[in-house]
Design a binder for this molecule. Structure first.
Ligand SMILES: *Cc1c(COP(=O)(O)O)cnc(C)c1O
Length: 434
């Protein structure tokens, strides 16, 4: 569900005409729907209403300051993966006292920053990391709350680059050594055992792997709770969103047309499947969704530069590129592309949709059938709110895109397009070349 739809022939985000946004701020531009984000948070919270649940938004999906403030207002905390993300939350006027700090490579400086800002808990990925947290906490004269990330060795059946719960990837420790790891942790003087964590992967479109993983881990959680008095169990993020039929999925009717057993994952089904498995633990349950909360709440707007008609193929060359939206090049990801001005009288065309970057990998879609569009016309990439702007780069000396937030009929620029001067601001020519 989301709030992107055609009003007449013009694609809108909530009550705002997206073509108007593109005219004002240029392209490529990301546009986010505040109401869609609020709906997603509310639906997830309601789906777990029988439990004491805390939603920690995995902000690596989209860490724009405006969105962080919106999330804080909605009562979520954050799943943090770097010192930079901690500082972003503070810069957004919020705090990290209910947030968790994850990631396999926390530096001493990052651990110190998290401790000084009283982070709720560290999600620990290895024994050397635990030793380092103990050391830094000792130096500061505090006790660090921790949870150890358990790898349940479940196949999330998602893309290889975003699956994390199998024993052959770098995340967490095996279930079989959880007991000894917690025993070791409990003996460290500056560590307080607070919880347990797992996260099996991203963009899961079925519930099976989630229930399988929770069922595997729950007996261990119960034992650890008995031994060490845990406060919480974090079951991670990973709820998938709709990419292929993204525009249509804004409508409840699209979801209702599926028989329940075949419906793509919804927060309601996720909550209903997991609540009975978690209820008897009596623990606070932490959720760490990233993509689900923001993915379908954002689009990327782009303008057609050229329609290049080739002997074999048409190429729709647009002004957005892999530096703006890396997912297709990086994960072979699919994004639906729709015209901002719908014209059903026009014939469809088939084209490769490509950016201007000097690499064949700068391709958003191959042999895509879309409404015919030509030079100067505008298109939107659906489901671009997660892992879109945050993964962008300056490859080919292209500044990062602008970002706009919509709520109802209001909209505001929340991040201006990067200028050339900003791009080169930290660079200098060394004296020996002068
Ligand atoms: C990336 C990540 C998440 C969020 O994943 P989504 O698929 O965006 O929900 C949650 N927890 C951890 C530990 C992560 O690394």
């Amino acid at each position: 569900m989301h709030h992107f739809s055609y009003h007449g022939s013009a694609l809108h985000c909530e009550d705002v005409d997206l073509a108007g946004v593109a005219r004002l701020y240029g392209t490529p531009t990301y546009v986010y729907s505040a109401t869609t984000i609020a709906d997603n948070v509310t639906r997830l919270q309601r789906s777990f209403r029988e439990l004491d649940v805390q939603v920690c938004y995995a902000m690596k999906a989209n860490s724009s300051l405006a969105l962080l403030r919106h999330f804080a207002n909605l009562g979520t905390s954050f799943d943090l993966v770097s010192g930079g993300e901690i500082r972003r939350v503070l810069a957004a006027g919020s705090e990290v006292k209910a947030s968790v700090f994850a990631g396999v490579g926390k530096s001493e400086a990052e651990i110190e920053l998290a401790l000084k800002n009283e982070v709720f808990s560290f999600h620990v990925e290895s024994e050397p990391e635990l030793a380092r947290i103990n050391y830094v906490a000792g130096r500061l004269g505090v006790k660090a709350p921790i949870a150890i990330r358990i790898n349940p060795n479940v196949d999330a059946k998602t893309h290889a680059k975003i699956t994390t719960g199998k024993s052959d990837n770098k995340f967490g420790i095996p279930l079989a050594v959880a007991a000894s790891a917690y025993e070791a942790a409990s003996k460290l003087p500056h560590i307080r055992v607070a919880g347990i964590q797992m996260h099996i992967g991203s963009q899961l479109t079925t519930i099976g792997p989630f229930t399988e993983a929770v069922k595997k881990v729950v007996p261990v959680v119960a034992q650890l709770q008995a031994d060490y008095g845990l406060e919480y169990f974090s079951i991670g993020g990973g709820i998938g969103i709709i990419y292929e039929d993204a525009l249509a999925s804004g409508d409840q009717a699209w979801w209702d047309a599926f028989p329940a057993a075949e419906r793509p994952i919804t927060p309601e089904a996720y909550g209903a499947a997991l609540t009975p498995l978690l209820k008897d633990l009596g623990l606070k349950i932490m959720l760490e969704p990233g993509r689900f909360l923001v993915g379908n709440a954002g689009v990327m707007l782009s303008r057609v530069e050229y329609l290049k008609r080739g002997a074999q193929k048409n190429f729709l060359v647009i002004d957005a590129a892999m530096n703006d939206l890396a997912r297709p090049a990086m994960y072979d990801a699919y994004h639906e592309v729709v015209p901002l001005q719908r014209d059903t009288s026009r014939a469809a065309m088939t084209a490769d949709i490509v950016g201007p970057i000097c690499e064949s990998g700068d391709c958003f879609a191959k042999d895509r059938e879309i409404q015919s569009v030509g030079e100067g016309e505008l298109v939107a990439f659906m489901s671009a709110g997660a892992y879109g702007y945050t993964m962008s780069s300056r490859y080919n000396t292209r500044g990062t895109a602008a970002e706009v937030l919509v709520q109802g009929s209001s909209f505001e620029l929340i991040n201006a397009r990067e200028t050339f001067e900003q791009m080169i601001a930290n660079e200098k020519i060394p004296a020996f070349l002068a």
